[in-house]
Structure formats: C-alpha cells, structure tokens
Design a protein around this ligand. Structure first.
Ligand code: SDX
Length: 435
C-alpha cells in the first residue's frame, strides 16, 4: 500500500528569510498536532503557550474530550453509556488495560483490589502526627507519599509486575487512607475495610461506621458514589494528571507521583472546586442574592469566580455535569430530600447564569464540580472530604496515565522552556556601593 506522504506545515521567518517544515501528527480523532521539535534548531524560536492551553504534551490512548461538542470517551466508550451500564471497578479495568473486561477478568481484578485494601499498621500511626483540624487532603497526600517507604520490594518502575502490584495497591488503599484521615479529624477510631463490601460500599463503611453499632451501607448512597467515581475517574491531561506525568517522568517512585497529583487536585481551580461550590451556595444563601454574586464574578478587581462554572476544554456542557444533575434529582428523591435548599439554589443559579451574557459569551457552563457536592452532602459526606472523594476516583486515571508514560520506550523527562523577560547580564555590585 502506498505510504501516505508525511504532511507538513511550513513556518517562515520573514525577517531572516528562513523556513521550517513542521511534521503534522494525526490522531485517531480530534485535532492533529504540529511536531515542533525542530523549531528551535531551524528557526531559533520557542513556542509560547502559558497554561499549555493549546499544547499536546503527549500522545495518549486513554481518554478523549471534544470540548465544543461536550463529548467524553474513556478508551472510546461514551461516558453516558459507562455511567448507565458500567461500574467503577469495570471502568478502572478499562482505563488501566484498554478494553472492557470479561466477567472472569473483572472478578479477578476486583479481587486483586479487594485484597489490597488494608494499610500497614505503621501507616496508621502517621495520622497521630496531624492536628485534628488538618485538612484531609493534606493528610492523604502526605500518607500516600510515605507509602514508598513501605514497598521497597516492588518499586522497579521498569518491571511490569511491579507496576501492576503498585496499581492494585494504590487504587485499593486510597479509600482506606482517605477514611482514616476523616476518622482522625473526628477523633474516632479507624474502621478497617471489609471484604464483603464492594468498592463504594467500603468507602461509606470506613467513613461512617463506628465500632459501637452495626453500619448498614445504604444501596442508594453506594450506587450514587460508584457513579460519581466513574464520572471522576479520568479526564485527559488535566492539571493533576499532568502533574503525575511530570513527576513520574523523572523516574520518581509512583507513590511520590500520585501524591503530587493529590496536591495538584486540591486547588480550588481544579478538584477543590466541589468543596468551594458548596461554600459558595451557602454564602449566596438565597436566590435574591444571586445578582450580587454574578456582579462580583464579572468584576475582575474582585478576583471572585463562580465556582463550578467554566472549563479550560469544555466550551459546551460538561457531559459529567449533565449526568450528575440528573442523578441529583434521583438521589434526593430516593433519599427523601427533594426539598434540599442547596440543590434548589444550584438549579436556579444555573438557570440564571446560562442566560447571562457575560457567561454565555465566554461559554462558561456548569462543570463536573457544580453538582457533585450537592450529592456528596446528600449522602452525608462532609464538605472537607469532597475533594478526597475526587482523588479516590482520579487515582485510577493518574495510574492509567503513569502506566502509559512509563511503559513508553520513548519516555523523556518533562522539561518545558520559557520566554525570559528578566534582567540582561550585569556585574555584581559590592554592598557598600549599593543605593
Ligand atoms: C476541574 O482540566 C480538567 O479537565 C479539570 C477537570 C477534571 O476532570 O480534571 O474537569 C476538573 O478542575 C473542573 C474545573 C473546576 N474549577 C472551577 O469550577 C473553578 C471556577 N472556574 C474557573 O476558575 C475557570 O473556569 C477554570 C480554571 C476552570 C478554567 O480557566 P481558564 O480556562 O484558564 O479560563 P480563563 O481563566 O482564561 O477564563 C476565560 C474568561 C476570563 O474572563 P476574560 O478575561 O475573558 O474577561 O472567563 C472568565 C475569566 O475571568 N471566567 C470566569 C469563570 N471562569 C472563567 N468568570 C467568573 N467565574 C468563573 N468561574
């Protein structure tokens, strides 16, 4: 079959009369990418893209987003179908291994995760070093990083079996560490994972159970949590995933890379937004106050942002927000909390924002974080744990991207360049001669 000619873009420097042929790399769907590796050698320039808004940092086969069409695919499967038909364990298998599992593969994978949920008892003592009011995200990122001190036997990142064991351990233990952080902040005893519960059920049990009475997992809450985990599992090269890739690209151990991802997710512009949305809804308090907050959001001097709205990639509805909004209704109905004032306020806020020219012109739609907090609070998750729930789910995506990067023979350490605008060369001045 005739080799397809390599498509190139020509870039010309009219001042110095030089040009470069930049190869075009085509993906399976979505925009092609210009390979600019030769641009400095041939034209003595860098590209400039603060925030990497238009830069493909890597090739990936895991997740695809079409921001204009509001499309999200996990390994090619639409998020709407996975939300309706799949489970978090099945989605975890899909994201990590690339294909939907057979029933036998899913049973084996789920068993591998289930039998790694306990953490070393010494790790539990780490929590006593935190003050009771430490934010759970601070505890989770610290304890995850310390896991590398326990698993010396499986830290060879070039050993596929070590990578597999790491994947099972971190996905299995994140909920246990998360729940332990919550119990520490309450001053309550740690609750061990149970092998008779599924993944989401175990999270609820470890967060809510107390030793002095039996705890019954609410199937509605467990189903809602499992769906939230599916929706939060991965999202291309978002800030925390890019952090995991960059940290992992140095050859740092995978626990350190995941801990870096937890820290990046914590920011209110990223995964911390779900906690910030609840605070915002409580701050707004009533529909009458919405205009005041919209005005603040439009006033650049206020540095105030309407949390839960806007997205770097989605310039249409975030498909996850649409699914969560629909789920809100169902969960609140089934929990008998349809009069949830925060949900009513969220619906009215969304309605008003989507008619407001400032937001419409900037294509600022509700994102995944806008409604998730309403569901977390309806099933009893405390607000300080909302981003921790996000981290539990996104650990699957972080691991999938770390595995994809580390197993790529062409992997190189990430090292962006810069546009220097500082002082030009100058000589040292002795302190006696200064000012
Ligand atoms: C997540 O990347 C991912 O995929 C992330 C995520 C994932 O699954 O990993 O989807 C999860 O992080 C969702 C986003 C959660 N964050 C928030 O809800 C925080 C509030 N939103 C923003 O701060 C903001 O919208 C971002 C950070 C999400 C996106 O910021 P961008 O792409 O850098 O957009 P921008 O700051 O350049 O804004 C463009 C314009 C600006 O106004 P102008 O300068 O054009 O006049 O829109 C304005 C911004 O001021 N704007 C907002 C706004 N978001 C953007 N104005 C008011 N309120 C907002 N929320």
């Amino acid at each position: 079959m005739e080799e397809k000619a390599q498509q190139t873009f020509e870039l010309t420097d009219p001042v110095r009369g030089r040009s470069a042929q930049l190869p075009v790399r085509n993906g399976t769907i979505g925009p092609a990418a210009l390979d600019i590796a030769a641009i400095h050698k041939e034209l003595d320039v860098f590209t400039y893209d603060p925030g990497f808004g238009m830069t493909a940092a890597t090739e990936s086969r895991i997740t695809y987003i079409d921001g204009d069409a509001g499309v999200l695919l996990y390994r090619g499967y639409p998020i709407e179908q996975l939300a309706q038909k799949s489970s978090f364990m099945e989605v975890a298998y899909l994201l990590l291994l690339g294909e939907l599992p057979t029933a036998k593969q899913l049973t084996e994978f789920t068993g591998n995760i289930r039998y790694h949920t306990m953490i070393n008892e010494s790790l539990l003592r780490f929590f006593n070093g935190f003050h009771h009011n430490a934010h759970p995200m601070a505890m989770v990122s610290a304890v995850v990083a310390s896991m590398s001190a326990f698993y010396h036997d499986t830290m060879d990142i070039h050993n596929p079996r070590h990578r597999e064991i790491f994947s099972h351990r971190i996905i299995a233990k994140l909920p246990t560490i998360a729940a332990a952080a919550h119990k520490h902040s309450l001053g309550q005893p740690f609750i061990y994972p149970r092998n008779d519960l599924d993944y989401a059920g175990n999270v609820l049990n470890m967060v809510f159970a107390v030793p002095c009475e039996p705890y019954q997992v609410d199937p509605i809450a467990s189903q809602a949590l499992d769906l939230l985990f599916v929706l939060h599992a991965d999202h291309e090269q978002n800030a925390s995933t890019s952090t995991v890739r960059l940290a992992g690209s140095t050859g740092a151990n995978p626990y350190a890379a995941i801990s870096a991802g937890v820290s990046a997710l914590w920011g209110p512009a990223h995964g911390g937004a779900n906690e910030a949305v609840l605070a915002l809804l409580e701050q707004i308090g009533s529909v009458d106050n919405i205009p005041k907050y919209l005005a603040m959001a439009k006033d650049k001097a206020s540095h105030f942002r309407l949390m839960g709205f806007g997205h770097r990639v989605y310039k249409n509805f975030d498909p996850r927000a649409t699914i969560i909004r629909a789920m809100c209704h169902k969960v609140l109905e089934r929990l008998g909390r349809t009069d949830n004032p925060l949900f009513e306020l969220a619906l009215r806020l969304e309605e008003i924002v989507l008619k407001d020219e400032y937001f419409v012109s900037r294509k600022l739609y509700p994102n995944v974080d806008f409604y998730s907090g309403v569901i977390y609070s309806a099933i009893g998750i405390p607000r300080s744990m909302f981003t921790v729930m996000f981290a539990i789910a996104r650990t699957v995506g972080w691991v999938a991207h770390w595995l994809e990067m580390i197993s790529d023979p062409g992997m190189r350490i990430g090292r962006p360049r810069q546009l220097y605008t500082g002082a030009t060369r100058r000589d040292y001045v002795d302190v006696k001669k200064r000012g």
